[in-house]
Design a protein around this ligand. Sequence first.
Ligand SMILES: Cc1cc2nc3c(=O)[nH]c(=O)nc-3n(C[C@H](O)[C@H](O)[C@H](O)COP(=O)(O)OP(=O)(O)OC[C@H]3O[C@@H](n4cnc5c(N)ncnc54)[C@H](O)[C@@H]3O)c2cc1C
Ligand SMILES: Cc1cc2nc3c(=O)[nH]c(=O)nc-3n(C[C@H](O)[C@H](O)[C@H](O)COP(=O)(O)O)c2cc1C
Length: 776
Amino acid sequence: MQAMFEAIGISPTVAIGAALVALVGILATLSLKSGSSSSASGLDSVGADPKARARRSSSASDGGDGVPLMIFFGSETGTAEEYSKNLALEAPRHGFKPHVVDLEHFVPEMLTGELEDCDDETKARVAPMVAESGPLAVFLMATCGEGDVTNNARNFVTWITGDDGEKPTTSKLRYTVFGLGNTGYEHYNEAAKITQAALEGAGASIVVKMGLGDDDGDLESDFADWQKTIWAPLRRAVAAELGLEEGTDDAEEDGPACALPVKSVAPFKVVEVPPPAGVTAADTERDDLVGGRADEAHAASGGIAAASPAGGGWLDSEPMRCLTRRQLMAMGRGADPVRVRWFQAVPARVSARREVRGKTSLGGSTAHVELDVGAAGLTYGTADDAAVLPENPAEAVDAMCAHLGLDAAQWFTLEGDAIAPAIARAEAARGAGGAIEDPAHATLKPGERPPPFPVPCTVGRALQRYCDLGGLPSKALAGQMAHWAEKEDERARLARLVSTEGRSEWDEFVRTPRRSVLELFQAFPSVRPPLAELLHVLPPLKPREYTIASSPLAHPGSMHLAVSVLNEPKPPAPGSADAPGRRLAGVCSTFLAGGTSGATPAPEGAVVRVYVRKSTFKMPESTETPIVMVGPGTGLAPMRAFCQEREARAAAGEALGEALLFFGCRREEEDYIYRDELEAWAASGVISDLHLAFSRQGAEKVYVQHRLREQGAKVWALLSEQGAHVYVCGATAMGKDVTAALAGIAADHGGMSAAEATAYVAKLEKDHRLVQELWS
Ligand SMILES: Cc1cc2nc3c(=O)[nH]c(=O)nc-3n(C[C@H](O)[C@H](O)[C@H](O)COP(=O)(O)OP(=O)(O)OC[C@H]3O[C@@H](n4cnc5c(N)ncnc54)[C@H](O)[C@@H]3O)c2cc1C
Ligand SMILES: Cc1cc2nc3c(=O)[nH]c(=O)nc-3n(C[C@H](O)[C@H](O)[C@H](O)COP(=O)(O)O)c2cc1C
């Protein structure tokens, strides 16, 4: 198990400061001005609870900085991680000292509280996290894939479920769980449910009922509602340590409903630096850095071609041209799960790009994008997933800089007590000639943290690559913005919007018109945080996944993506100057493929940063095993990869079994993507049966599940007699309908009852003969 690393986004000083604020007990009111709302420690007193003050001052055991509370997160795309940090900001208000732990870094002693037999290092790390009366923990668990546990939580779940052979005992643990899921998926919040059941099985006591949040609705509000219910029971669980008298009724201790979240202070400062040696003033113009002259010059000098995961080569152009990929990875090791990718992704040149729809005049575009991954040494398996690090359009970066008066070309680095050593070691390694021989360069020491993104960097590049400007803002962000509002009316409005009472106003002002982070800043012009605080509070720009639409057997060194370009009108935004023409241009699909929003797409020849994630889509070992592929829209991507692999293996002499492909789209002439290729494969036998469903072509809507049912007898014969594998890719709603269609086929052609048919399909899935990858 890896060493524990606390991923909390606030420094201990901040957490202690927050507790002190609770002690001082300055109550939240909307009349607080920003100038007067921050304590010397940089913390805001809004919402401090006088009752907590009384309790805390009577507590002898917490040393004045709260009862330890562990906040574990299992997160794939960063939401659970973000919520953990928000919860940690609130904890001191309620008498707790939070320890946020990425489940990747969990050690069993944190939950067993048995520290006697562990080594000194573990003891020193874990002891401060365990309350006197035993461990107290909150688990925030996201579900990914098809009811899967997130990657960073796998070791933990294996341990707690006893899947590694030994059932653990955690009888001293008091805990609660919140699940982050989506009701669109068949296995709703499975990871949270598994966690709760396993903890119960291990003898831990649940102190607050598990909460389940639905990303198909309003996940942030689900979490806020649940969060309100946890503090009183958590406090009761450690009543003695908090000095709570028995029977104390502290049910309404959640503070004023309109309280702002505690101000989160950046654990780093921004220090302006000159451009790194060899980078000219012209290079630092952002436009030149995006696939422009700097990239070109760098590639010409062999930089990108020399990059290799094995170490040695250069990662990138621009600031990182002075760091090797391994140095960067060392610098980023221990970074938050989402951010670590910024250090680890490799650059890949866009070698081809073309439209694959027949007609785009009705709106809509699907781009075929080819990435030259061979040069960076990146390999992948047929139908794995590519994760692309998108970049914000230049317009958005310029608008943010103009709005906040920032100089996009200014170079800076980040300094902080916990960050500096990681940067210093990476730089020391550079001095030593590139390769990191000394493992000390690659390991964070306790208390150290990597910079949140690679530095040095320009302001423009930081906003372009690392900060989400176009996404839907969270209330947590709006709450932080309120702390920086110079005008009282703006501060009050933001406070209202994030309050429980202001929920419908938030929906009207932000969710319904799909206002972006940038637009929210523009709506509150007096919100002008310093750069360090801006970089700290802006949400990270997350990687986007694409199911790889090629097989390395057919295209070694090249990776193909089928990218549906998201570009649709936004409903009018009240109070927005540009209300009529606002559009939602998907950040990554626009970046990769181009759009109609005026954004700057990654041009052919540009460099896109990418990494590979293993997917569950694996072809049967033998090409003779029949396959049934259901992939409407861009769900066709992995099926195209499979067809390429079958074609290549057939050319090498392997025999092909049957392959049914069900493809669907709106109209034959409009969005029947890769038509020529599919028809050629159908003619050559790579696809034995091609079934098409055009939903808007005839009088009745026809979807792939209808075609599947029509072919029920054949599908059943392949499934029941020949051990066929079924692959489904695309929208979640379609996945549900296809699963139901398969059960229908089992009932109709296998003579099963409805329950038996459902169980049959579940068994197919369990045996990995039904594999789904659903994403929207
Ligand atoms: C495993 C997997 C495989 C995938 N494979 C493919 C594939 O092969 N091809 C493909 O085209 N896609 C694929 N996707 C989807 C892809 O990852 C992206 O989600 C998609 O391209 C949209 O990303 P974007 O950055 O363009 O849009 P984003 O900018 O991320 O916007 C996407 C959505 O976010 C929300 N949103 C964004 N901004 C706002 C706002 N201001 N207000 C309200 N809501 C907002 C909206 O719901 C919007 O529809 C896959 C996804 C997964 C998880
Ligand atoms: C590809 C993908 C698969 C998902 N699978 C499930 C699922 O099987 N069950 C579920 O309840 N939610 C599922 N979700 C929803 C996520 O759990 C939810 O969006 C959550 O907020 C993600 O949290 P994270 O950002 O911390 O990973 C899925 C989301 C995606 C993008």
